[in-house]
Design a protein around this ligand. Structure first.
Ligand code: HEC
Ligand code: HEC
Ligand code: HEC
Length: 135
């Protein structure tokens, strides 16, 4: 093995160490966000809550939702005109599972998903705006 080979190997192992640090360091930093966290939809109506934690604790894999039902980007579903109860009843979006078989039906327990304006303010940590929210 000549000197040049040795220095190439040295360089490569440095690269490996650097990328390992990058991967694990990055994961530790983003721990809360790893699975997409808690999402609150505000369109078309305030406010519907979706918690990754609860769904994953039900044994669901990422690919039970991504990317066929939802893409991994907040705001995409909300930007679509058909993000409505009618679509859910037809088995789209949340309705793919919330059909009364896989999970509780979308035409029941409205307030389990709909936390409303008060719930939204609570999640934002704002008690103040609650009294102003009467319109
Ligand atoms: C039960 C369905 C479901 C499962 C299972 C699920 N997700 Fe999501 N995920 C969603 C929904 C809904 C959104 C929001 C999509 C939208 O707004 O259009 C989302 C959004 C995300 C986002 C974007 C968050 C942001 O702030 O933009 C990431 C990242 C993500 N998911 C990662 C994951 C990972 C990783 C897993 C597996 C550990 C996972 N998800 C499992 C439903 C799910
Ligand atoms: C891949 C299947 C799947 C999809 C898609 C899905 N869910 Fe669920 N969800 C479940 C399962 C399974 C449960 C637990 C069983 C049950 O409560 O019936 C659950 C439970 C819930 C709960 C109850 C949490 C609690 O405190 O009891 C809420 C709220 C909820 N989902 C909201 C949503 C919303 C909002 C969407 C769409 C943005 C959605 N889910 C999409 C499978 C799904
Ligand atoms: C599984 C979760 C879930 C359940 C249960 C649920 N919804 Fe929804 N609802 C949603 C989502 C998601 C949206 C679209 C996002 C938004 O508007 O913030 C929505 C939107 C709506 C809208 C505005 C769009 C439209 O279809 O006109 C109304 C009104 C509504 N829901 C009423 C209800 C009522 C009434 C019930 C109970 C009979 C109910 N929802 C149960 C998740 C749910």
């Amino acid at each position: 093995m000549n000197r040049r080979d040795k220095s190439v190997i040295k360089l490569l192992s440095l690269l490996v160490i650097a990328s390992v640090l990058l991967i694990f360091g990055g994961q530790a930093m983003g721990e809360d966000e790893e699975d997409g966290g808690t999402i609150v939809f505000t369109k078309p109506v305030m406010s519907v809550v979706f918690e990754h934690k609860i769904h994953i604790s039900q044994g669901l894999e990422c690919d039970s939702c991504h990317d066929d039902i939802f893409v991994m980007e907040t705001g995409v579903a909300e930007s679509k005109d058909d993000f409505t109860m009618e679509s859910l009843y037809q088995g789209k979006y949340c309705g793919a599972c919330h059909d009364g078989e896989t999970a509780f039906a979308s035409n029941t327990r409205c307030t389990t998903c709909h936390i409303g304006v008060k719930g939204f303010n609570k999640m934002q940590g704002g008690g103040k705006s609650e009294s102003a929210g009467h319109h």
